[in-house]
Design a protein around this ligand. Sequence first.
Ligand SMILES: [Zn+2]
Length: 140
Amino acid sequence: MTVKEIQKYSKYSVPELLKIAVRKFNSFIRKRDCDGEFFTCISCQRTLRIVNYARGGNYHAGHYYPSTESLLRFNEINVNGQCGQCNTHKHGNQIEYRKGLIKKYGIEEVERLDLLDAQYKRGFKWDRFTLIEIIEKYKK
Ligand SMILES: [Zn+2]
């Protein structure tokens, strides 16, 4: 990370940086997991036509481990394209989500994610440099 990049964000507080990072990262996940017109939900495995993409619509970036206070929030395996029904109404549809994760990444990656979750539970604090790195990584 360059001094210039750090200075660029000097007017933002940590909560503001967190908001920007979430927006950039979720946008990256949604682009990654669809072909522009259709997506397959990580949990229910339905392939759906995207409705109202720009406003969230039926296509979300859904977290397996929902913790907002850990780096899993920005873990590319922990967050995947998910339908609004599973994400909102079924609270992530976690049992099916796990099956979908194993299918997509393999059991070893999923178990690595379990370990990370256990580690992050021991107190976590956002710092601005981590957040700036995330924003810069996902801004395109
Ligand atoms: Zn679904």
